[in-house]
Design a protein around this ligand. Structure first.
Ligand code: ZN
Length: 72
């Protein structure tokens, strides 16, 4: 007497594919996982550096130029 267990409706894991638009070229910027505020990402379209200014909603801003290489 083997009664198969009732198949409970499996809820798929939430796909955390987060996408936001690049403020520079309006291209999609994807994150594999939920980004953290302050995280720096790079647009795969135009290559600009972006900073996550907010996580909900996901907001991206151009990262400040880190070319402060005015070393003496
Ligand atoms: Zn871009």
């Amino acid at each position: 007497m083997s009664t198969p267990p009732p198949t409970s409706s499996l809820t798929p894991p939430p796909t955390q594919t987060l996408t936001s638009a690049c403020p520079e070229c309006d291209g999609p910027v994807r994150f594999d996982r939920a980004p953290l505020a302050g995280q720096v990402a790079r647009c795969s379209d135009c290559g600009v550096e972006l900073e996550v200014t907010s996580t909900s909603p996901l907001t991206l801003a151009l990262a400040p130029d880190v070319e402060e290489d005015w070393g003496e």
